[in-house]
Design a protein around this ligand. Structure first.
Ligand code: ZN
Length: 193
C-alpha cells in the first residue's frame, strides 16, 4: 500500500490552480491530488478562497456575511472531500493518458543498477518520468524541494526498517535535468539522456 508522506505545498497548489506550472509538474500534482484526500481538500479550499476574492472584486467589499458564507463553504469542502477519480487500471487517471493505459504498457529503459525509467511526453519546460527502482537500491528520503517533485506510485522508498522494496515513482524535474536531491550523487551519470 502506498503511503503519501510528503504533501504538496500551498504554493505549489496555488501555482497549479493558476495554471502556472510546467506540464511535468502539473502532471505530478494532478496525480498526487488523485491519490491524496488531504491535498485535494486543501486544493479545493485554495480554489474557493481564490474564487471568493475574484467574486467580490474591488467594488464590493467582503463583509461579515460574505466571509461567513465563504467559511461555511470551506467547512463543507473540508468535511466532504470529493471522491478521487476512479482508477480504471490501478493507474491514476491523469497518468493513464500519458502511458497509454496501465503500468504494464510502460516502455521502460534501463538506466543502470537495475533502475529503469520512462520519459513521459510533456512540454520542454520540465521533464516527467517514471522511475522503477528495484529493492535494495538505497534512495535517500526526499520530498518536494527545489526543482524536483516526486511521487511514489507503488511501493515505498523505505519501510521504516532500513529495507527498500521495489518502488515506482513519478518524478518531475525542471530542465535542464538536475538530480541533486532526487537520487544519490553516484547515480547521476545513469540518468543522463
Ligand atoms: Zn498530499
Amino acid at each position: 500500500m502506498t503511503t503519501i508522506r510528503h504533501h504538496l505545498s500551498d504554493e505549489l497548489l496555488g501555482a497549479y490552480a493558476a495554471g502556472d506550472l510546467p506540464e511535468a509538474f502539473g502532471l505530478v500534482v494532478a496525480v498526487h491530488l488523485s491519490m491524496c484526500d488531504e491535498c485535494r481538500a486543501r486544493s479545493m479550499t485554495l480554489e474557493t478562497l481564490g474564487g471568493a476574492v475574484l467574486d467580490t472584486g474591488e467594488a464590493v467589499p467582503m463583509g461579515e456575511g460574505a466571509l461567513g458564507a465563504a467559511m461555511a463553504r470551506l467547512d463543507a469542502l473540508m468535511q466532504e472531500p470529493k471522491a478521487a477519480p476512479k482508477r480504471r487500471t490501478g493507474v491514476p487517471a491523469p497518468l493513464a493518458e500519458y502511458i497509454g493505459g496501465d503500468l504494464d504498457a510502460v516502455r521502460w529503459k534501463s538506466v543502470g543498477k537495475g533502475v529503469k525509467q520512462a520519459i513521459l511526453p510533456t512540454d520542454r519546460l520540465a521533464s516527467a518520468r517514471l522511475l522503477r527502482i528495484p529493492g535494495g537500491v538505497a534512495v535517500p528520503d526526499h520530498g518536494h524541494k527545489g526543482l524536483e517533485l516526486t511521487l511514489v506510485l507503488q511501493g515505498a522508498f523505505s519501510d521504516g526498517t532500513g529495507r527498500f522494496g521495489l518502488c515506482i515513482c513519478l518524478a518531475a524535474t525542471e530542465a535542464p535535468l538536475r538530480f541533486k536531491g532526487l537520487m544519490p550523487r553516484l547515480a547521476q551519470p545513469f540518468f543522463r539522456i
